[in-house]
Design a protein around this ligand. Structure first.
Ligand code: GLU
Length: 447
């Protein structure tokens, strides 16, 4: 429920952004958390501060023409939404996926404002992407697409302005092509303009692992509030991309047994525990499908085409694929199977109904803004290293990441306590993130 004082703000957001369902869903969730804050701190509602937070500072939409391997001209649409720069340069990933549209980029950019604020680091919020589908495209096609995308984007970004990174469909290969084209167009070796770079040209150690590792650290902290840990727990991680792979790695290190993972076509169950080297081989090297896992692994593994991975009984569920992948129906099944904790590795993977069901059932629930903030936090550490022309060890970087995740957990938990909702990490994350941005916006005046 949105507080009656904030309802007119949401009505106006609805009117101006009609049809952008994911964006409206993300705004609604944050506004539902803010009623108690404006009651306590009316100054945060002055000068249309909340209205301003809901309106991107700048939105760029552009044509991306490129030539495929057959010599045909292809056209895609590129986006960059520069949502809020009160705390630092716009920061957030780029997503290449056929489902990308302005509403999806706005939802991701909006979430990013609060996530980035929660890290405690000096980064604003933004997001970008394209409806380009990398599946089945050759390296040459991906390179030409990235070069065309950057040929427009380069004029809008910079180490003090906006610092993109990866997201779904954008990994180290794409970041390399994007950085190469930026360098060529500007004639500047400006390492801090992109993060998620390869180690040989200014990347940070542990950035590849950071989102998944961070999610595991965050969920470990949540479990500790109930005197529990990952040891011996059955865990299901949806997805098999960057976030899922490194979540599985860290959860396994913590003693958990990950028994299932998935891709958009289906899921695999392996009661021996997922063989991560095999998943990495299939997904990172061959860029193949998860169905190959069952064929290669043999009798302990099975592949289920379609269907819901959430039917696999588990103690901890870590949705790490994409938005709205875990519905109310899935939540009921998980609760029936006795799930103890849910941590969002992806951005907004649980529908509002699913979140409500988990919270009502007393399941520990870590929202993406908090649980998956380790990726962007380590991006900010990459920016620090670039600014000081330094390069840290893996251990040093992972230690910083772990400390940041513990801090985020503490900030969310303390904020939830302060507002009389102990254990409500959704409220804690939204409010703690908002307060930091609101204080900066207030100080900077009406801009
Ligand atoms: N796309 C990731 C996220 O949602 C990482 C963003 C970044 O590193 O800038 O947080």
């Amino acid at each position: 429920m949105i507080d009656e004082k904030l309802q007119p703000i949401f009505d106006e957001v609805l009117r101006r952004n009609a049809g952008e369902s994911e964006f409206l869903q993300a705004v609604q969730e944050v506004l539902e958390s803010l009623g108690a804050v404006v009651a306590k701190h009316p100054e945060y509602a002055h000068n249309a501060l909340i209205e301003r937070i809901c309106e991107p500072e700048r939105q760029i939409i552009f044509r991306v023409p490129w030539v495929d391997d057959r010599g045909e001209v292809q056209i895609n649409r590129g986006f960059r939404v520069q949502f809020n720069s009160a705390l630092g340069p716009y920061k957030g990933g780029i997503r290449f996926h056929p489902s990308v549209n302005v509403g999806i980029i706005k939802f991701l950019g909006f979430e990013q404002i609060f996530k980035n604020a929660l890290t405690g680091l000096p980064i604003g919020g933004g997001k970008g992407g394209s409806d380009f589908n990398p599946r089945g495209r050759s390296d040459g096609e991906v390179m030409r697409f990235c070069q065309s995308f950057m040929t427009e984007l380069y004029r809008h970004i910079g180490e003090y302005t906006d610092v993109p990174a990866g997201d779904i469909g954008v990994g180290s290969r794409e970041i390399g092509y994007l950085f190469g084209q930026y360098k060529r167009l500007t004639n500047r070796y400006e390492a801090g303009v992109l993060t998620g770079k390869g180690l040989v040209y200014g990347g940070s150690r542990a950035r590849t692992e950071a989102t998944g590792y961070g999610t595991a650290y965050f969920v470990q902290e949540m479990l500790a509030t109930r005197a529990a840990d990952f040891d011996g727990k059955r865990v299901v991680v949806s997805g098999s991309g960057n976030v899922a792979i490194y979540t599985i790695e860290k959860v396994t290190e913590f003693g958990g047994k990950v028994v299932a993972c998935s891709d958009s076509a289906g899921y695999v169950v392996d009661d021996e525990g997922i063989d991560l080297d095999l998943v990495k081989q299939i997904k990172e090297v061959r860029r193949g499908r998860i169905s190959e896992y069952a064929k290669l692994k043999g009798s302990t593994a099975s592949y289920v085409e379609g269907g819901s991975i959430w039917e696999v009984p588990c103690d901890v569920a870590l949705p790490s694929a994409t938005q709205n992948e875990l519905t109310g129906k899935d939540a009921r099944v998980l609760i029936e199977h006795g799930v103890l904790a849910v941590g969002e590795g992806a951005n907004m993977p649980c529908t509002p109904e699913a979140v409500k069901l988990f919270q009502e059932a007393g399941v520990l629930f870590g929202p993406g803004k908090a649980a998956n903030a380790g990726g962007v936090a380590t991006s900010a550490l990459e920016m620090q290293q670039n600014a000081s022309r330094d390069s840290w060890t893996f251990e040093q970087t992972e230690e910083r990441l772990a400390a940041i995740m513990r801090d985020i957990h503490r900030r969310c938990a303390e904020t939830a306590d302060e507002y009389g909702k102990p254990g409500d990490y959704v409220l804690g994350a939204n409010v703690a993130g908002f307060v930091r941005v609101a204080e900066a916006m207030e100080a900077l005046g009406v801009v």
